[in-house]
Write a protein that binds this ligand. Structure first.
Ligand SMILES: Nc1ncnc2c1ncn2[C@@H]1O[C@H](COP(=O)(O)OP(=O)(O)OP(=O)(O)O)[C@@H](O)[C@H]1O
Ligand SMILES: [Mg+2]
Length: 207
């Protein structure tokens, strides 16, 4: 199916679970059926350079999430990319990162950076990977003190959940994924390229 006309046909729509955030206020647990709907999404292709700048994908299950992560991992442009991951609690940001890290050859337990803000990894070929979660980031001094500026200026793949909490510090993302839970397994994912590197990633991974 061409990327400019993605037919979404999904059944019961669910509300995302509260996740495991101890400071998440007043959200219910588990998934709840709220409505049924059917729609057609068209991607935005308003790139003045003439290449794709934004497109919308549907992941019908984690196998699709994994397949996209594999495609991204195979793109050489991913190596020094900054990928921002937006979406509600439980949308699937960490799940996508885990699939991407596996696709890049990371083995063993992959810890969530929730409490440490950043978890560093190193792929078997030496590629440094930094997985940030800015959910609890609020102190601007931490940006300098923890050396995040240097990490973002250095080589390697940077992945950031909750990037809006560090807006003003972060460089422009090469690629932004906005993940939205539609059912317990289905995710709508808006991909937006913010740099030439991001355009390359979109063109190769979301083709
Ligand atoms: N297609 C899918 N893609 C990603 N996750 C999926 C998909 N289908 C189901 N899930 C499930 O949704 C949950 C997503 O949780 P995850 O921790 O990845 O969310 P998150 O966006 O990182 O949340 P948080 O903001 O709390 O960090 C997981 O339990 C995962 O197994
Ligand atoms: Mg997460």
């Amino acid at each position: 199916m061409p990327p400019d006309a993605v037919l979404l046909s999904f059944g019961p729509k669910y509300r995302a679970p509260s996740g495991d955030r101890p400071n998440c206020l007043g959200m219910g647990t588990g998934w709840s059926t709220t409505e049924r709907q059917e729609t057609t999404l068209h991607s935005q292709q308003d790139d003045p350079l003439g290449s794709l700048s934004s497109t919308t994908l549907t992941w019908h299950g984690e196998a699709d999430t994994e397949a996209f992560a594999r495609a991204l991992a195979a793109a050489p442009a991913v190596r020094d990319a900054f990928i921002a991951l937006q979406g509600d609690l439980g949308a699937g940001k960490t799940t996508f990162v885990r699939h991407l890290l596996r696709a890049l050859g990371i083995t063993g337990r992959i810890k969530s950076p929730t409490y440490a803000v950043v978890e560093p990894h190193e792929a078997p070929d030496g590629l440094p990977i930094f997985h940030f979660d800015f959910y609890r980031f609020s102190d601007p001094r931490e940006w300098e003190d923890a050396g995040f500026r240097d990490l973002f200026a250095g080589p390697g793949l940077k992945l950031a959940e909750w990037p809006d909490n560090a807006a003003g510090h972060l460089p422009p993302a090469d690629l932004t994924l906005r993940i939205e839970a539609m059912t317990d397994d289905t995710r709508t994912v808006q991909l937006t390229a913010g740099t030439p590197r991001g355009h390359t990633l979109l063109a190769t991974a979301a083709a």
